[in-house]
Write a protein that binds this ligand. Structure first.
Ligand code: GDP
Ligand code: MN
Length: 375
């Protein structure tokens, strides 16, 4: 999953017509603060929730106080995330806090809309009878009567109901347009002035869709915490990657297999370097993408690369052809071990058999081989 920072998520909301607090600054240290002694809220920008309960959201009445809070906040951790930047926003006068979200129901494979008239930091402890969930038909779209019905549950005065309907529709639009797994506003605030404002926002995008989400590249990816150069470039290719310090590269078709492969390599004494998960989209990975991926991997000075694949829906032969085509374009020799099992693996084997790498049916053999090559 690819989670956006709150300030990125809010920019997105704002583009879709949802009101957000008037933004002041994103700052990395207190010397960057430029405000005129007005009351503000200072919010830690980390990819984790629960900040409200853990000193990650603080009010300041003056510029001096804001600077002090920022000095104290930056460099500390919440839920193991180091706070490197904070958002300074106008302080909202809150009359009521609501909850709304759109997310994927993994069992049914459809989007759900969830609302509650009791949003805020204690969302986990809201009683079931105060949480309302409806489905959105992915083909028909989100229907008006469903949204109206949900808005009724929010117990709003008449004047705000239209705005609330609009907000839910817009949230659903973001969810669809960005291939999100989750878009959430908690709290959606009714201000003392009677406006509806998103005080917090969370957007999580499905990793498997990143390759077709060029819009996400408009966001400042350079700013993304913790991403190495390799990880960022892999992200731009639309794949999920993690760079560790070892010298064996791993490319797999799913997070579970990736974990198992990484564990097995460690067990046999290998050192894991970059790991790349092509996920469910693995089967239609083009030779071009694999070529780019491998050349990215090669910049990392690895000793060996393991393709650890199990494809049930995707076709092994198509993927094998991609590997075969892309390896042809790479000149020097880095040992490559391939284990490719599943749908049409016989065809895959015949495509790869007379090429210059180690091919095996067996997971364990593949792992041992790649460790041996890296020694
Ligand atoms: P989270 O705890 O990480 O989800 O962070 P939130 O952004 O949701 O903030 C936690 C709580 O801080 C919210 O539920 C609000 O009650 C409060 N809060 C956030 N922004 C503002 C604001 O602008 N003004 C006021 N008064 N409170 C805020
Ligand atoms: Mn929140």
């Amino acid at each position: 999953m690819m989670e956006l920072f709150e300030y990125e998520a809010k920019e997105l909301l704002s583009k879709y017509g949802i009101f957000i607090p008037k933004k002041y600054y994103l700052v990395y240290n207190s010397s960057e603060v430029r405000i005129n002694n007005e009351p503000v809220v200072i919010k830690a920008q980390i990819l984790s929730g629960g900040r409200g309960k853990r000193d990650g959201v603080k009010e300041a009445q003056s510029t001096l106080e804001a600077k002090q809070i920022i000095n104290n906040m930056i460099g500390t951790t919440i839920n193991n995330f180091i706070i490197k930047k904070v958002l300074i926003e106008e302080k909202l006068e809150i009359a009521k806090e609501l909850y709304i979200s759109v997310f994927v129901d993994r069992n049914k494979g459809i989007p759900l809309i969830m609302v509650s008239p009791y949003g805020g930091v204690d969302i986990e402890s809201i009683e079931k009878e105060n949480i309302f969930i409806r489905t959105a038909d992915p083909l028909i779209g989100l229907q008006k009567f469903i949204v109206r019905d949900l808005v009724q549950k929010l117990i709003l005065e008449k004047g705000l109901q239209k705005e609330a309907e609009k907000t839910i529709f817009n949230l659903y639009k973001i969810f669809k347009d960005y291939d999100a797994e989750l878009v959430e506003i908690n709290p959606l605030v009714v201000t003392e002035e009677g406006k509806l404002v998103a005080a917090d926002a969370k957007v999580v995008v499905d990793d498997n869709a990143i390759y077709r989400q060029s819009k996400l590249q408009e966001l400042d990816m350079k700013d993304r915490e913790g991403l190495t150069n390799f990880e960022r470039k892999a992200f731009e290719l639309g794949v999920t990657a993690n760079e560790m310090k070892g010298d064996i590269g791993i490319i797999t078709s799913g997070a579970g297999l990736l974990m198992a492969t990484a564990d097995a390599i460690t067990y046999y004494g290998g050192e894991i370097g970059p790991v790349v998960d092509l996920g469910g989209a693995a089967f239609d990975t083009t030779p071009e993408r694999i070529t780019k991926l491998i050349s990215l991997l090669k910049n990392l000075k690895l000793k060996a690369i393991l393709f650890s694949f199990f494809l049930q829906i995707g076709r092994c032969d198509i993927f094998a052809q991609s590997i075969s085509d892309s390896l042809g374009s790479i000149s020097d020799n880095i040992p490559i071990v391939i284990r490719l099992k599943g749908n049409k693996d016989d065809l895959a084997k015949s495509i790869l058999s007379n090429k210059n790498f180690f091919l095996t049916d067996y997971f364990e053999e593949a792992v041992r081989k790649v460790v041996e090559k890296s020694e």
